[in-house]
Design a protein around this ligand. Structure first.
Ligand code: GTP
Ligand code: MG
Length: 148
């Protein structure tokens, strides 16, 4: 089934929002397939954000993201990518609705707490990049209460 890569950025870890962010995905019904805390290297982040490497904020983004540990997770389930982005809220907290993670907890676009894959293709690319050894695959009986 569809998978997405969600990452709590250094500001989210520092502010103690890991549990909150994880819980929103868990309670929605998505299945946790991988969870990892690490301080990423600049080269890993440059690969992760390669589509943005011509943007003026790119150097600052890499510096911020490599400054402290992040918590990465893989969630699987129906429409995980699109719904995951909805749970995070719009990139710029000025536009993110209350009830979303960014809408509820942050103010500045450069410190927007979390990352979520923007398409099924980028999700699969990011999952291989962050979890080269693979992730877990398992069945949940609980899914019969979530899906018809
Ligand atoms: P991610 O889930 O983090 O990938 O965010 P996104 O997909 O909603 O946005 P995008 O991939 O375009 O940008 C990646 C990250 O770069 C954003 O989450 C922001 O932290 C940062 N960013 C994007 N646009 C700006 C900007 O205009 N200024 C600054 N300072 N940072 C930005
Ligand atoms: Mg993005």
């Amino acid at each position: 089934s569809e998978r997405t890569y969600i990452m709590v950025k250094p500001d989210g870890v520092e502010r103690g929002l890991v549990g909150n962010i994880l819980t929103r995905f868990e309670q929605k019904g998505y299945k946790l397939c991988a969870l990892q805390m690490m301080q990423p290297s600049k080269s890993l982040l440059e690969e992760h954000y390669k589509d943005l490497n011509t943007r003026p904020f790119f150097p600052r983004l890499i510096k911020y993201m490599s400054s402290a540990p992040v918590v990465g997770m893989v969630w699987s389930g129906k429409n995980a990518v699109k719904t995951g982005r909805k749970i995070l809220g719009a990139t710029n907290p000025l536009d993110s609705e209350p009830g979303t993670i960014r809408g509820d907890y942050c103010i500045d676009v450069s410190q927007n707490l979390c990352h979520g894959s923007d398409s099924v293709e980028s999700a699969e690319r990011e999952i291989s990049l962050w979890f080269p050894a693979g992730v877990c695959d398992y069945q949940r009986r609980y899914d019969s209460f979530i899906y018809e």
